[in-house]
Design a protein around this ligand. Sequence first.
Ligand code: TRP
Length: 320
Amino acid sequence: MNDVVLTGDRPTGLLHLGHYFGSLANRVELQDKYPMYVVIADYQVITDRDVPGQIQRNITGLLLDYLAVGIDPDKVTIFQHSAVPELNQLLLPFLSLVSVAELSRNPTVKDEIAHSSQGAVNGLMFTYPVHQAADILFCKGTLVPVGKDQLPHVEVTRLVARRFNERYGAVFPLPEAMMGERPLLKGLDGGKMSKSRGNAIALSATEDETAALIRRARTDADRLITFDETHRPEVANLLTIAGLCLGRPPQDIAAEIGHRGAAALKSLVTEAVNEFLRPIRARRREHSEADARRILAEGNERARERAITTLQEVRAAMGF
Ligand code: TRP
């Protein structure tokens, strides 16, 4: 079978180092091996907030981040799902294939509801995993590189594909999640790395902003630096970040710092991160916002052609 890769992001802010090592580096490798689509999931932004906010700015920023890390728009179709009506129309038959009980059991949705600041859960929050199935199935995606939190959505996608095929004939492949042994970086305060928590190093941050963030990073009082993820998670996280940027085992870096303490660790991390991000930041400046908008328009066009074909097949299979 010919594999097709689909993955995506919500356009809620700038991408950071955790995204780079968690998914972007992998995409850059995959783009040479498979046909690939990356969805900018703009409608998903309004699952847990009332308004999309600075949506155009976030989308342009996301595209510039993609280009900066080396995602090649000649190889990868980058598109926003709001620009592909035929993709969204797949949501209607797909929703008929899952029960309300199945929708309410989704652990990732439950978790997002628990962390939402909204007073009431909206219908899109409840149904977005099925929308995500449309993101994946419109291009007959077979490989879905995602983090662990997205596994329930890939399960929903498989369920939708299987039931569609059973009821209406074989149209969709059953996609698989692709989970490498990718490191999960924590934020500089020890929590989940997230732009909104102010604990993440944005790919596009300046060297000074990066230095300031790392200077404020949480560590501990023990001057002997060791790599101990269980007992010293914050120090271990800094060592992991430096190790990834330098391509060295974090234990080596700990040994090199030895008794010189957290200040020496932080200056080493700052140096490593800034050195690593220098070419990425330079490439980001080579592209204008107009470039980003043009690339997105082209990607939207290509995605739409694909979606039109799939929707026609779906309607024919259903006898509409
Ligand atoms: N929900 C994903 C996230 O928050 C983004 C996303 C939307 C996605 N559609 C997708 C990921 C399809 C993989 C496949 O990160």
